[in-house]
Write a protein that binds this ligand. Structure first.
Ligand code: BGC
Length: 372
């Protein structure tokens, strides 16, 4: 079978042959990929020429945003059957250490998204081949079942889990410091910086919760992505017109900033638009950040005086997969046509290589369609 791979010391993706997986053994399921999203992380893996390849291989089969279908179920698998639509999780613990009643460690193992580098693999990203394989073996504990009703958009689940983690963690932290559910009665004012798929995923999470959300970007007013943001229910503010430091900050500033550009300039500017006790979640970054000169002292002083929190967030917890699926179903019912427009290109895997190195100017999510 043919896969899309990143090879060590090469920056262009290649189509490679891999053997078909063997039939599932006890506790395993055999799945087929139906749809696969292309993501900024795929491009970064290629750009740096240093993919984290599985032991013994000199390439990494890419693909971590997957909608699949179960083809065959091994012995002792319960709750899953052939034909089920599934979304696989990306990160898995390398091995479960002997926990011997250590409750804290047990909890962290249940949350591989909170574990440090070196303790996990990520399919299609770190040390394990991904889902550009047309067929792959997995274990049911890594799969979430998907309702047929959202089959068209469920490939967006994984990027939505990433912003869901950010939002859910921010809400937990905020509630913990106030000692009551922070944003249940009073919705937070949210700013999403960036107009890529993660930015749009953040908007989906806010719209589904009924929270007011503003998207910040560089696009001109009359362009597709601005139109889509508005159709989804967000306001739009452009880099040309934004005033990062409004005089009435406590009135019009933000309680939650989802920073999805990975730009330190945008991040430092957005921090100035946060109300007292605001939280900023870092959801974007560059693999090879460039040195910059900022007055970090001003950021610290203002953040301290306003009780700001900055929260790094990567990957997602099981909770976030459940939420992502729940919200995609809700939005499919409420505004299915608009939601579907987030997928700006669908094409066959063999024709997709250009998209692993380039972005279309107004593109959001490119999706590979398998077996069509
Ligand atoms: C993926 C996450 C992953 C992260 C870091 C992102 O693109 O969506 O699941 O943890 O990259 O590798």
């Amino acid at each position: 079978m043919e896969v899309i791979a990143a090879r060590t010391a090469e920056t262009a993706p290649v189509l490679l042959e891999m053997p078909e997986p063997s039939p599932p053994t006890a506790g395993q399921v055999l799945c087929e990929t139906l749809q696969l999203g292309v993501c900024g992380t795929d491009r970064e893996i290629l750009e740096t020429g240093t993919p984290h390849v599985p032991d013994g291989d000199d390439f990494l089969a890419l693909g971590h945003e997957c909608l699949g279908r179960i083809v065959e179920v091994g012995a002792e698998v319960e709750g899953f059957q052939a034909g089920d639509l599934v979304v696989p999780v990306v990160r898995r613990n390398l091995e479960t250490p002997e926990v011997q009643g250590d409750e804290r460690l047990k909890q962290r193992i249940a949350r591989p998204d909170l574990m440090p580098w070196g303790t996990y693999t990520e399919r299609g990203i770190v040390d394990e081949h991904g889902f550009s394989q047309p067929h792959w073996l997995d274990r049911p504990e890594y799969l979430f079942q998907v309702p047929e009703e959202i089959a068209d958009v469920a490939v967006l689940t994984e990027p939505v889990t990433v912003t869901e983690k950010g939002i859910n963690e921010a809400e937990l932290i905020q509630s913990a410091r106030f000692g009551l559910p922070a944003w249940e009665e009073q919705a937070p004012r949210v700013l999403v910086t960036g107009m890529g798929p993660i930015g749009f995923a953040g908007v989906l999470g806010c719209v589904a919760r009924g929270w007011p959300v503003t998207m910040f970007g560089r696009d001109a007013e009359d362009t597709f992505r601005v139109e889509l943001a508005r159709e989804l229910g967000a306001e739009y503010v452009s880099a040309n017109t934004i005033n990062w430091e409004p005089r009435n900050l406590e009135e019009v500033g933000y309680d939650l900033v989802l920073e999805c550009t990975g730009s330190d300039n945008v991040m430092m500017s957005a921090a100035r638009s946060m109300r007292s006790c605001g939280i900023m979640v870092w959801l974007g970054s560059s693999r090879l950040p460039q040195a910059a000169s900022h007055n970090v002292g001003v950021w610290m002083r203002d953040g301290l005086l306003s009780n700001h929190i900055c929260l790094g967030s990567v990957n997602a917890a099981p909770r976030d997969f459940s939420r992502a699926l729940e919200y995609l179903l809700q939005l499919q019912r409420e505004k299915g046509d608009t939601l579907a427009r987030m997928i700006t290109k669908r094409l066959e895997p063999a024709e997709s290589l250009w998209h692993y190195q380039n972005r279309e100017p107004q593109g959001i999510k490119t999706v590979l369609m398998y077996g069509t």
